[in-house]
Design a protein around this ligand. Structure first.
Ligand code: AHG
Ligand code: MN
Ligand code: MN
Length: 334
């Protein structure tokens, strides 16, 4: 596919490669694209339209919602529910599965999403994004329930994110590599700018919230200690560190120049199972990272093989450059 080709044309081209494709996935993606364009525009306007700051409400996971968390969730949900391609929806910002009103047309897909990732960064004008994962709805089920969503990451039909940074970029995988499309604001269209993204296998850059250091388990402590020891330590090289607190921004950096991102289990959050959400954050990012040649693990296990037990399940996440994640994996096995 040529640089500059629109996302819609790329999807139609791919559709041609699939005998029996009905075009429904392309239509679903068009809805996702429309929703992300609206969210991008709201994020860019910020306080010109008074949408920064807290909404003073809590989501089901006990986190205080920002006004933009709620706005983004409404935009994404409303755009997809009327599109006719989904049978049900689920979001980080909704307590339960969102069932479509009876009069609306249903489709063969389920979509789960983190409508605004990194929302603690909104008020300070730092990069945020939308993360989504597309699953198949079980055949013959008119109104899918929670158990129909509980599919392992390996079952994802597609995964992607839209990053609202200096430019707005949609990164997408349907299981045939990872491709990035930049929004041309003048014409309102995403164009292919980053075809076949691959993550460098080696890196000297790690991302972790160091304030949790005293709560980490031994394998993560060991790994970070060795990174910090630099050239003189067992790794024999100096490392750099980054922490944006927007997973979208961290994954985008890793796709661009390599790196390792970690939100491991620690004793403070052990009861919750981790910090990041399996269905809305970990699985879609794991699919993208693995499709780009990287690895995504919880510590002892590969993220995408986990059979979810509940919609809002949390998991530890360690992902990025293959050889570096492998080191952390080996420390967990050893
Ligand atoms: P969200 O804004 O959707 O709740 O996600 C924030 C997540 C993730 O994007 C980021 O990596 C992490 O939480 C940051 O956590 P800390 O504030 O604990 O560093
Ligand atoms: Mn998030
Ligand atoms: Mn969020």
């Amino acid at each position: 596919m040529q640089i500059g080709t629109s996302l819609t044309h790329c999807l139609i081209e791919r559709q041609r490669d699939h005998a029996g494709a009905t075009g429904e996935f392309t239509l679903l993606m068009n809805d996702i694209v429309s929703a992300c364009k609206v969210i991008a525009s709201q994020v860019k306007k910020g306080n010109l339209i008074g949408i920064l700051g807290s909404a003073e409400t809590e989501n089901v996971q006990g986190e205080t919602q920002k006004k933009l968390d709620i706005i983004s969730n409404d935009v994404f949900t409303h755009t997809l529910m009327y599109g006719g391609q989904v049978a049900a929806l689920a979001s980080e910002e909704m307590d339960e599965v969102y069932h479509l009103p009876t009069q609306l047309q249903r489709g063969k897909y389920l979509c789960v999403y983190d409508p605004l990732d990194g929302s603690s960064n909104i008020d300070v004008n730092v990069t945020v994004g939308t993360i989504f994962s597309v699953l198949r709805a079980p055949e013959g089920v008119e109104n899918p329930s929670e158990k129909d969503f509980l599919q392992a990451g390996t079952e994802q039909v597609a995964a992607g994110y839209c990053i609202y940074g200096p430019s707005t970029i949609m990164v997408l995988t349907t299981g045939h590599g990872v491709h990035g499309f930049t929004l041309d604001q003048d014409i309102g269209e995403f164009k292919l700018t980053h075809p076949n993204i691959t993550i460098p296998e080696d890196t000297k850059e790690f991302a972790i919230n160091m304030s949790n250091q005293r709560f980490w388990d031994a394998p993560v402590k060991r790994y970070i200690d060795e990174c910090l020891a630099g050239k003189e330590g067992p790794r024999g090289k100096d490392f750099n560190m980054r922490w944006v607190a927007s997973m979208v921004a961290e994954v985008h950096r890793i796709l661009t120049r390599g790196g390792i991102f970690m939100y491991p289990i620690d004793s403070k959050i052990r009861d919750k199972g981790g910090k990041l959400r399996l269905m809305y954050e970990a699985n879609p990012m794991a699919m993208i990272v693995e499709q780009a040649g990287g690895l995504a693990i919880t510590g002892p296990d590969r993220i995408m093989t986990i059979k979810p037990s509940k919609l809002h399940q949390r998991v530890p996440v360690i992902l990025g450059s293959k050889n570096e994640v492998q080191v952390v994996w080996d420390y967990h096995k050893g």
